[in-house]
Design a protein around this ligand. Structure first.
Ligand SMILES: N[C@@H](CCC(=O)N[C@@H](CS)C(=O)NCC(=O)O)C(=O)O
Length: 218
């Protein structure tokens, strides 16, 4: 039995949920908010770095999203989400690493959290953070555009891979900001990829929506 611990609005949780959906693997969820001051003590025993998600498969505990998605892909039947060809597989790993190392902070924490999420829960955007996030996001999009395969799954070979499902939740949050959408529209290959990936059932069924705070701003 699989239990997935995570926060409903977390992009990293959504990556794992998309991969589980693509593989057709059933699981149950435990909601954990890593931003709350009163994180359950039991969760800190699972994840010493206080992040989400964490996956528990019977007696096997795993955290770090890249490790979880590879494990799910390799431990369960269903379509393989790692390309067969070494070059496409290399591209997949490169894209996942770019997203984690250079994409998450500007796209999610600086642009989305400040511009979209914060105001929904009554917090004003820090405009300097948004500006810096848009600059960082543009650099990441340009890098991805230069290596993305044309016309389909981003790592190439016509196979949907872990790279697509790592990027899609981050792209959803970036494009939820009014300034994010045009940045993606300028990138031909990425814009075409985005139109395709957002139609997938695994993407649509894992949409967390937005919080409806007591006193949203804007
Ligand atoms: N390296 C971790 C990153 C996960 C991560 O940063 N998750 C965010 C939520 S999207 C989190 O837990 N943030 C809590 C914090 O920054 O304190 C992974 O790959 O799973």
């Amino acid at each position: 039995m699989i239990v997935l611990h995570g926060y409903q609005y977390s992009v990293y949780l959504r990556i794992v949920r998309m991969v589980l959906a693509e593989k057709g693997v059933p699981y149950s969820r435990v909601e954990v908010n890593p931003f709350a001051s009163d994180m359950p003590k039991e969760y800190l025993e699972l994840h010493p770095f206080r992040r989400v998600p964490t996956l528990v498969h019977d007696d096997y505990l795993l955290y770090e999203t890249q490790a979880i998605t590879r494990y799910v892909d390799e431990a369960f039947p269903g379509p393989s989400l790692q390309p067969k060809h070494a070059r496409h597989r290399g591209r997949m790993t490169q894209i996942v690493s770019i997203i984690d190392s250079y994409g998450y902070l500007p796209m999610v924490r600086q642009v989305f959290s400040q511009r979209v999420f914060g105001p929904r829960i009554g917090r004003l955007a820090d405009e300097a953070q948004v500006r810096s996030g848009l600059e960082g996001s543009s650099r990441v999009l340009a890098a991805l555009e230069s290596i993305a395969a044309p016309d389909g799954p981003i790592a190439g070979g016509g196979e949907w891979s872990l790279a697509d499902f790592h990027l899609a939740p981050m792209m959803a949050y970036l494009t939820a900001a009014p300034e994010g959408e045009p940045l993606v529209a300028e990138c031909g290959k990425l814009a075409a990829w985005w139109e395709l990936v957002r139609k997938r059932t695994s993407f649509r069924e894992t949409d967390p929506g937005l919080p409806t705070g007591e006193k949203p701003i804007g």
